[in-house]
Design a protein around this ligand. Structure first.
Ligand SMILES: Cc1cc2nc3c(=O)[nH]c(=O)nc-3n(C[C@H](O)[C@H](O)[C@H](O)COP(=O)(O)OP(=O)(O)OC[C@H]3O[C@@H](n4cnc5c(N)ncnc54)[C@H](O)[C@@H]3O)c2cc1C
Length: 452
């Protein structure tokens, strides 16, 4: 293809597209971003007291050599902090190492027996291919684990019961089960946190997660980046984008990272089924604290909270990632809490900060609300694209209609695929969209086939 390429959005996906266009030396492209800064959901903010906050716990655990190489070209090794993942689950008034199923022994004995019995029964009586996430969890993990943790935690994160979610997306996102390992760990009372794709993590030393994307945007030609330029309408027949201030931009291909339902509306193409795409709103609540983290958690990264004694499903010990996210690391530390809101799980946003502080005290994360010296609240809507039953059929209907009009909807909420919706995936979706448009190369991140 030749002609003008427009990009809508300067989050990781839009910046990935811009990066690749620049790398290829393509002469005719422009990026339009609605906000005044780059980063999208991966941006960071500094509050009035000097605490730095991300929109929920963000770490880099890349799947892609290309993405890693870009980050390495932007940041010297000394500009990162590196971590071996230390994640915990808070339930029954105690902490269990993550993943849950490998660390059952810390639960009350009757619950351990229930979990093991369910696991063994699931293994002995394999179920038919599951149709939804609840059936998938029951078939893989058994009724005991589902009752103890999996249903409660997943319900809290997704804002919908697991039966509303499909199961094709799961793959590496849910820890698999090794029955022998589970039994051994349980009998030997052995902690076993060693699982998963995000075992080794890195985090920017300065600027929070958003520091990555600020630097990335700085390396691009500034005259091709327009901030405070939200796309207000798309005439997909004439291939024209109009920003809200009335300026028109012609395009031959549009790489959009705008959330898909909103994009259908902007392009005058509603009714493609996009109303059936479920999402959650993510509330990120930052709590800046005087003092130091609990002595038992000096290196913890994050903690899951499946129980109803607090509104949050996860708390990140953000100040354990970098000393520069707090004003003075010798006197301050910080917690970043995430709360999911959905149609089925309403949230009283006005009371969320106080409910969060209360929950932190109730769960023993902080001693007293008197330690709180700063609070921050960000509402990300949407925050999670829910991989609901029937999602793929909706996407299969929308995608060809958009692409026939030269619109490539990519990124976390552009493609609406949670399982390929992290920063590395999103950035690579932008890169691969460009390669497809200009070089005719097939994309692979989008359908989950690619790791490069
Ligand atoms: C709570 C939470 C935790 C996360 N944790 C991790 C993690 O640990 N590791 C990880 O890798 N990823 C994580 N992510 C995912 C990460 O945030 C996303 O991968 C990434 O931000 C997606 O990039 P994107 O460009 O696709 O979309 P976005 O970041 O959403 O960017 C889209 C951009 O489009 C702009 N836009 C929207 N509408 C318009 C319009 N009409 N006109 C112009 N511009 C518009 C927006 O302002 C935004 O800048 C997490 C996300 C959340 C919510």
């Amino acid at each position: 293809m030749t002609g003008r390429i427009l990009i809508a959005g300067a989050g990781p996906a839009g910046l990935g597209a811009a990066w690749r266009l620049q790398e290829l030396g393509y002469p005719d492209w422009l990026l339009l971003e609605g906000a005044g800064h780059p980063g999208g959901l991966a941006a960071s903010f500094v509050d009035a007291r000097g605490f730095t906050w991300d929109i929920g716990g963000h770490v880099v655990f890349s799947h892609c050599a290309y993405f890693d190489a870009v980050l390495d070209s932007l940041f010297a090794p000394g500009e990162w902090t590196f971590h071996e993942r230390e994640a915990w689950i808070h339930m029954r008034g105690r902490l269990l190492p993550y993943p849950f199923q490998h660390n059952l022994w810390r639960l009350p004995k009757a619950e351990v027996a229930d979990c093991l019995a369910g696991l063994i029964e699931a293994r002995l009586r394999p179920a038919a291919a599951p149709r939804d996430f609840a059936a998938y969890l029951l078939a893989r993990f058994g009724a005991g684990l589902c009752r103890s943790f999996l249903f409660a935690y997943n319900g809290k994160v997704w804002g919908y019961p697991p039966a509303r979610l499909g199961c094709d997306w799961v793959k590496e996102r849910v820890a698999e089960i090794d029955l022998e390992r589970v039994v051994r760990n349980t009998i030997l009372e052995r902690d076993d946190p060693d699982w998963g794709p995000n075992r080794s993590l890195r985090y920017p030393l300065r600027g929070g997660t958003g520091g990555l994307w600020t630097r990335c945007a700085e390396r691009l030609p500034q005259e091709r980046l327009r901030f405070n330029a939200p796309v207000g309408a798309i005439d997909s027949g004439a291939r024209l984008v109009r920003t809200r201030d009335g300026v028109e931009h012609r395009y031959d291909a549009l790489i959009s990272t705008v959330p898909l339902p909103a994009l259908c509306g902007l392009a005058g193409l509603p009714g493609l089924g996009e109303q059936n795409l479920l999402s959650t709103v993510t509330h990120a609540i930052g709590i800046g604290l005087a003092g130091a983290p609990p002595p038992e958690l000096p290196r913890a990264n994050w903690i899951y909270f499946p129980e109803p004694d607090c509104p949050f499903y996860r708390v990140t010990l953000l100040s354990n990632y970098s000393p520069h996210v707090v004003p003075d690391p010798s006197r301050h530390w910080s917690l970043l809490c995430e709360v999911s809101e959905s149609k089925l799980q309403p949230v009283d946003a006005g009371r969320l900060v106080s409910a969060t502080v209360k929950g932190l005290v109730a769960t023993g994360m902080i001693r007293s609300s008197a330690d709180v010296i700063s609070t921050w609240h960000h509402r990300a809507a949407p925050g999670y694209p829910v991989p609901s039953c029937g999602r793929d059929a909706v996407l299969d209907r929308i995608t060809p209609v958009l692409e026939a009009r030269g619109i490539y909807s990519r990124g976390r909420h552009g493609a609406w695929k949670y399982e390929v919706g992290n920063q590395d995936h999103s950035f690579m979706q932008g890169v691969e969209a460009v390669d497809r448009i200009l070089l005719g190369k097939p994309e692979s991140v989008l359908d989950g086939t690619r790791v490069r």
